[in-house]
Design a protein around this ligand. Structure first.
Ligand SMILES: Cc1cc2nc3c(=O)[nH]c(=O)nc-3n(C[C@H](O)[C@H](O)[C@H](O)COP(=O)(O)OP(=O)(O)OC[C@H]3O[C@@H](n4cnc5c(N)ncnc54)[C@H](O)[C@@H]3O)c2cc1C
Length: 300
């Protein structure tokens, strides 16, 4: 996996199209096997125990222009999607320059950065809906409103019973050079401020809504507050103030460069990263009464 931590899956398959996904889900239902859908794994932490079930990874990476936008298969990397958009001069995905992972993963978690979010780019989503108890698997199409996007959240994440097959993304004509420049700016920012030289799952915790903290905490972090997409206190600022930068457990480290990134510095284990997560949560709660919420998905 992206974190370079974790064990093996009992079963693994690579569906090529939506029908393959349906067949794989039915296969798992018939055998009472749990399953999990994987994008590029850039937001996940697996334990060394592995996954006692079926992991599906979608390998369809098609991108095609159609009426109303660009249809992009969920298995397409964001890198390719951004590249396609910028080559056409469409400005909708420029904010996602350098965002790792797949288009499916980005829709699932409503990925966002630099003031942009997937929710503002999505026209519609084609998915495979399933209900294990009823043994039901069917195709669905949702409008952007029906995806009920929220902060790093969507109906897919909340309900956990739908697999994203493809997404129609807006195609708003812009200035090709300006779009390219914005993509490059975002990539350069990441290279400068994120510890990309070490494996990680990106930001470990969601940023903290200003509305959820005490007036005293708000005052203490006033200079760090940013709009993302509503006023938040960056977790990085809190962990910095707690002097957790550079803290290590085993091979895992709270990055000096960006303290919300918990990096695999040297053969870290699942327990090492979990140890750092617990440490950060305990300190944030003890000092500021802040309950940190994981952004990464943990598969114990
Ligand atoms: C260096 C670095 C920087 C990052 N920067 C950002 C950032 O700026 N903003 C941000 O939001 N995130 C960021 N991330 C986190 C991560 O890259 C994003 O959340 C990304 O969108 C996850 O995509 P993925 O394909 O890797 O998903 P995965 O990690 O594979 O999966 C994440 C979740 O999505 C589900 N999922 C994936 N594909 C599908 C599908 N087709 N259908 C249904 N469910 C699916 C999985 O089951 C899992 O629950 C960063 C990560 C790294 C390592």
């Amino acid at each position: 996996m992206h974190y370079r931590i974790g064990g093996k899956a009992r079963y693994f398959c690579e569906p090529q199209n939506a029908q393959d996904i349906i067949d794989a889900v039915r296969w798992a239902f018939a055998r009472h096997v749990p399953f999990l859908f994987l994008g590029a794994g850039t937001n996940m932490l697996f334990s060394e125990r592995g996954y006692d079930g079926l992991i599906m990874q979608y390998v369809n990476k098609r991108i095609r222009k159609e009426a109303g936008g660009v249809r992009i298969s969920a298995g397409t990397s964001m890198r390719d999607a951004v590249q396609y958009h910028s080559a056409q001069g469409f400005n909708d995905l420029a904010w996602a320059g350098g965002l790792p992972g797949t288009v499916g993963g980005a829709v699932f978690g409503n990925a966002g950065c630099f003031g942009g979010e997937m929710k503002d780019c999505v026209v519609s989503v084609e998915s495979i809906f399933y209900d294990r108890a009823a043994g039901m698997v069917e195709r669905r199409v949702r409008s952007a409103a029906e995806c009920a996007f929220g902060y790093r959240d969507s109906v897919f994440k909340r309900n956990g019973n739908e697999i994203i097959a493809s997404v129609v993304v807006r195609a708003t004509p812009g200035d090709k050079q300006a779009v390219r420049a914005e993509v490059e700016r975002c990539i350069a920012y990441r290279e400068r401020f994120q510890p990309l030289e070490h494996p990680s799952a990106g930001s470990t915790f969601k940023n903290i809504p200003v509305a959820s903290v005490t007036p005293q905490v708000r005052k203490e972090f006033a200079a760090a507050i940013k709009v993302d997409p509503f006023p938040v206190i960056p977790v990085a600022a809190v962990l910095d103030r707690l002097e957790l930068k550079g803290s290590r457990i085993g091979g895992a480290e709270i990055s000096e460069k960006h303290p919300n990134f918990f990096i695999n510095r040297n053969h870290a284990t699942f327990a090492d990263v979990i140890g750092l997560i617990k440490l950060a949560k305990k300190k944030a709660l003890g000092r500021y009464g802040i309950v940190l919420e994981e952004e990464i998905r943990i598969v114990p």
